[in-house]
Design a protein around this ligand. Sequence first.
Ligand SMILES: Cc1cc2nc3c(=O)[nH]c(=O)nc-3n(C[C@H](O)[C@H](O)[C@H](O)COP(=O)(O)OP(=O)(O)OC[C@H]3O[C@@H](n4cnc5c(N)ncnc54)[C@H](O)[C@@H]3O)c2cc1C
Length: 337
Amino acid sequence: MAKVLIIGAGVAGASAALALDSAGWDVVVVDKARRPGGRCATRRLAPDRHSPWFDYGAQYFTARDTAFRARVESDLAAGVLERWSPAVCMAEHAASGWQLKRSPDERERLVGPEGLNHWVRYVFEQADIDVRCGQPVRRLSRTSQGWRADLGEHGRFNADAIVLTVPPVQARRLLGEQAAVLPALAEADRMLLPCHSLVVAAPALPDCQAIFVKDGPLSWCADNSHKAGHTDTSARLWTLHAGPEFSAAHLEDTPESIATTLTREFAAITGTSTRHMRLVRTHRWRYARPGPAAEPLADRCQAARDERIVLAGDWLAGGRVEGAWLSGAAAAAQLSE
Ligand SMILES: Cc1cc2nc3c(=O)[nH]c(=O)nc-3n(C[C@H](O)[C@H](O)[C@H](O)COP(=O)(O)OP(=O)(O)OC[C@H]3O[C@@H](n4cnc5c(N)ncnc54)[C@H](O)[C@@H]3O)c2cc1C
């Protein structure tokens, strides 16, 4: 049985793993993080499983592609995905100050009943994929048989083929000079833009659980407690995302200073006071979402076929969770051809 090493246990890694496993490959997935999920990142306030949770990476996803849609329908039926219908608002800064208007946007938004990370983990577990977390790949080298991954203290791993789903800057680093076989990595630095993410406990808002912000440092605010189905009106866990321009301009600022700016902005937009907010978590996503330079590829992945290595990830397929899923599936198809 041919052995494939998938590097990265995010959505692209999950979808590639499923497809390659079904195609008869011996699949192993490694990830440097403590658990699978990648940018579908969820935490709980406290370690116990009844503690409130919040998504601080991807917030929800949409599904249009037929094959992805079929997967989503089956996961909705299994109860590992749910539809989230928040009252969505648009925040605009006018001469008179912030204006919060209800948006007619009622697209289907898919979330995990215990956060999006839970869904990605379910995908791996349901297919019984061998996922090894806490194992960063430090280097990839070509061998006469295929590829060798240097896993530092975890040893070395020899595989016939590689699916590389890590962000492009990291992919280029792992490959060193061999990155030249994958032209998509030439402009790796320009592909994914950063995002400062903040979670605060703050009051619920009447008729508003999600905000697209048009001006200023923030771009998105979401009431996780509403997502989790909590209907009480006490403090909610709000995720606040800064926009790419602000995040890039303040990439190295301290978490405290980012938190001060973003909570003040959130208070101004919602007409509340920072005195009623408590900081829960800050996170800097250095590689968050594809920017304008990340043109989707027709193949949704890039294969150096003679080398038996394929790049996959959202940045090659139009971004978002759906793009990552389709890219992973496309990478598996390339290897199985
Ligand atoms: C703040 C934020 C908000 C977002 N909002 C949305 C949204 O609302 N809707 C939506 O559809 N999408 C959203 N996205 C995008 C979505 O999260 C991504 O498109 C998707 O999760 C990408 O999946 P991926 O598998 O391509 O990459 P990733 O999830 O980044 O997976 C790559 C994996 O590689 C691992 N890795 C990296 N280096 C190594 C190494 N050396 N060795 C081993 N493992 C390694 C990482 O730990 C990671 O788990 C958002 C993203 C962010 C950050």
